[in-house]
Design a binder for this molecule. Structure first.
Ligand SMILES: [Ca+2]
Length: 310
């Protein structure tokens, strides 16, 4: 039995519209549930509920390097949006983020005794850290004020790597921020971070300004999840944490798909209108009542077709 062409077009239009809707839902920016995140290293991380869920966390200790991260996040093209704020004017140390992080990499040890986290035993992740003020501290070297991107290939602890970005200690600086590279954070001020991370590129915007843009020309950036970083800075709040999958297709391909769905829907609507008009013309006496009778006639037509082609 051959189906009429208009049914194919209508089905295609419905499928295209559903695909477009599913794509939009899949790629939507959503609040992140921080109650499922984990802590590694030093610090005290306390999740706080808000109107939009468990999307806020406070780090309250003045301690050695520590992380709060999403063990379920395996990256694969994400946009993260976070507001960060320090409510402490007496200290001047590090706040920040990690990317491409897998459990256990901070200390270079497996995440658990069963070895489930052993994949993270060899550190290789990206660190975005932001110090408030220059500080030459004991034998750790000089920590510079400002926002910087580094690649970490050794455990992060109280040592020249975490403190001074010493490449000999496994922390190699890749870039400093465009306008905040030598400027510290200010206490009592909200900063909106938007971080885009794919296997080959990283973009960090702060309050709408792109501060860091980094691409790897050889190989890929570290695979893994997203997390918050702290080294010796209490009273840090991360709030409004939200994440979004980045489309694997460029914007113009998505626009073409949407346009195709709209064109198919328009074609289906035109055909349906023409069929109603034709059936109205062909029934003579029904003509006067064709406004209401369109669908009724359509139903009769289908019934007749079924009766003659079992
Ligand atoms: Ca401190």
């Amino acid at each position: 039995m051959r189906r009429p062409r208009h049914i194919h077009i209508r089905a295609l239009a419905v499928l295209a519209a559903l695909a477009a809707l599913a794509g939009c839902a899949y790629l939507a920016l959503r609040p992140v549930d921080l109650s499922r995140w984990q802590q590694e290293g030093a610090g005290r991380w306390t999740v706080r509920g808000t109107d939009t869920g468990n999307d806020s966390v406070v780090q309250s200790e003045n301690a050695n390097p520590g992380l709060f991260f999403d063990p379920a996040d395996q990256g694969g093209g994400r946009l993260y949006r976070i507001t960060i704020r320090v409510d402490d004017g007496s200290d001047d140390d590090f706040i920040g983020f990690v990317l491409g992080y897998q459990a256990g990499e901070l200390t270079g040890e497996p995440a658990d005794e069963a070895g489930a986290g052993a994949i993270g035993a060899r550190p290789d992740f990206l660190l975005i850290d932001w110090k408030r003020a220059d500080q030459d501290y004991m034998d750790l070297g000089m920590a510079r004020a400002g926002l910087a991107l580094s690649r970490v290939t050794a455990p992060l602890r109280e040592s020249p790597g975490a403190w001074a970005h010493d490449p000999a200690d496994g922390v190699r600086e890749l870039a400093r921020a465009a306008t905040l590279g030598r400027s510290g954070w200010e206490p009592g001020r909200d900063y909106l971070f938007e971080i885009r991370y794919t296997s080959h590129s990283l973009s960090v915007r702060v309050d709408g300004i792109e501060e860091i843009r980094y691409r790897t020309e050889t190989g890929t950036l570290p695979e893994g999840g997203f997390g918050f970083y702290n080294y010796s800075q209490p009273a840090v709040t991360y709030s409004g944490v939200a994440a979004q999958r980045l489309s694997p297709l460029p914007w113009w391909a998505l626009a073409l798909l949407l346009l195709a769905a709209l064109l198919l829907a328009a074609a289906a609507a035109r055909r349906a209108a023409r069929r109603r008009q034709e059936s109205g013309d062909g029934t003579g006496s029904d003509g006067a009542g064709s406004g209401d009778g369109g669908s009724g006639n359509g139903g009769q037509g289908d019934g007749a077709a079924d009766a003659t082609s079992p």
